[in-house]
Design a protein around this ligand. Structure first.
Ligand code: PGA
Length: 258
């Protein structure tokens, strides 16, 4: 069975003080579960606050929003995957549309970063998704296919077996406009088909998350889709109770509340 995941991407929100308050509220209510995985992606300065809050919780993981693709060197302002692994991070978001849009990251940069994450023994969450203009001109699957092929071509399907994918339509991120469960399922199924074509077991194993205006009110119907294995949550992961409800929606369909 594929792993179920609920991950919170705080983006540039929640400094250390707010992060500590969030963790107290979150961990006070959120009970450990063995059939879903939760990860939090605070901004770099709040990683320590979140890590320290998680010392007695092995069920919630620490992730980082970005890395540099080189292991070390003269790259002022950057942090490498190995350093973050040493710090205690397990997951890295790579190829988020905000990185592609505001920081000029292209498919090649994304592939190099995925390689660096895997080399450091961490798990990349590779984000793909189309813009509104691309969806309206009917090229969604082509765009997503190109973004995934870039990583597969660089790394090979064997290497990518440790990766997580996230379908995040750009028009749904931070807009309040979510893809319908059917729209999400259609793209997830096409991603899974593409992975399976390269390597059958990759298609079966890789969790594919949906991201883009997921909230407590719509999470269950999205996560109920057969090829949606959980969510990458931005805005709604900043409110502890809201995020807890979303995490619970990521349970296995037979799971009990926790
Ligand atoms: P959102 O962000 O949930 O605020 O739309 C999702 C994301 O960017 O990962």
């Amino acid at each position: 069975m594929r792993q179920r995941l609920a991950v919170g991407n705080w983006k540039m929100n929640n400094g250390p003080t707010e992060a500590r308050a969030f963790m107290a509220a979150f961990l006070g209510v959120y009970a450990p579960r063995s059939d879903r995985t939760v990860a939090l992606f605070p901004p770099a300065l709040s990683l320590a606050a979140v890590r320290d809050a998680l010392v007695s919780r092995t069920d919630v993981f620490l992730g980082v929003q970005n890395i540099h693709s080189e292991p070390k060197g003269a790259f002022t302002g950057e942090v490498s995957a190995g350093m973050l692994r040493e710090f205690g991070c397990r997951y890295v978001i790579v190829g988020h549309s905000e990185r592609r849009q505001w920081f000029g990251e292209d498919d090649r940069t994304v592939a190099l970063k995925v390689k660096a994450v895997l080399a450091a023994g961490m798990v990349p969450i590779i984000c793909v998704g189309e813009t509104l203009a691309e969806r309206e001109s009917g090229v969604t699957e082509k765009v997503v296919g190109r973004q995934i092929a870039a990583a597969l071509d660089e790394l090979g399907s064997e290497t990518l077996k440790g990766a997580v994918l996230a379908y995040e339509p750009v028009w749904a991120i931070g807009t309040g406009r979510t893809a319908s469960p059917e729209q999400a399922q259609a793209v997830h199924a096409s991603i899974r088909g593409l992975l399976a074509k390269r390597d059958g077991s990759l298609g079966d194993l890789a969790p594919i998350l949906y991201g883009g205006s997921v909230k407590a009110a719509n999470a269950a119907e999205l996560f109920a889709m057969p090829d949606v294995d959980g969510g990458l949550i931005g805005g709604a992961s900043l409110v502890a109770q809201e995020f807890i409800s979303i995490c619970r929606a990521a349970d296995q369909p037979s799971g009990r509340d926790g």
